[in-house]
Design a protein around this ligand. Structure first.
Ligand code: FES
Length: 157
């Protein structure tokens, strides 16, 4: 547990689950973002499964990241894209980036969001990386895009 996390958590008694919201609020305020690492710390301290903490935090807009990571991934989950498999693309992206939709890491390395339509429905599924639109995305093209981001230092197109 890092010093900041320890300082926040010690303000609250261990194992008292009803303190989850105020603890999340403090982490958000002091760290600027909520990460999987923070969720694990809170989980251990309050004895709440990590997936439950994700569920609570994703329910409230206040825990969404204020800033955007770079690169910023946006996956269309509109009807056409959904029918063409955007749900699997989103899941694969979360796995590749070891993160979840709606969160920006403390170091703002990237963020993942969903959108309802890019207006490019005939080329579904569609994602954007920073300002660049990428159409007819498959699992293979997603891997290639992420690899190319690593090569250009995360700038994206
Ligand atoms: S539904 Fe995805 S671009 Fe329109």
């Amino acid at each position: 547990m890092d010093e900041v996390a320890g300082k926040i958590l010690r303000k609250y008694p261990a194992g008292k689950k009803h303190n989850l919201i105020p603890i999340l609020q403090e982490f958000k305020k002091q760290s600027g973002g909520l990460s999987d690492e923070i969720f694990r710390e809170i989980s251990n301290y309050l004895n709440i499964p990590v997936n439950k903490i994700h569920g609570v935090s994703s329910f409230y807009d206040q825990f969404r990241p204020a800033g955007k990571g770079k690169p910023q991934f946006r996956v269309c989950c509109g009807t056409n894209c959904h029918l063409e498999g955007s749900g699997q693309i989103l899941k694969q992206l979360e796995e590749l980036q070891k993160s979840r939709t709606g969160y920006t890491g403390r170091d703002s390395r990237f963020s993942i969001e969903t959108v309802t339509c890019f207006g490019a429905c005939s080329n579904s599924p569609v994602i954007s990386i920073n300002d660049g639109l990428h159409t007819k995305i498959t699992k293979e093209t997603l891997i290639k895009l992420i690899d190319s981001l690593k090569e250009d230092g995360g700038k994206g197109r």
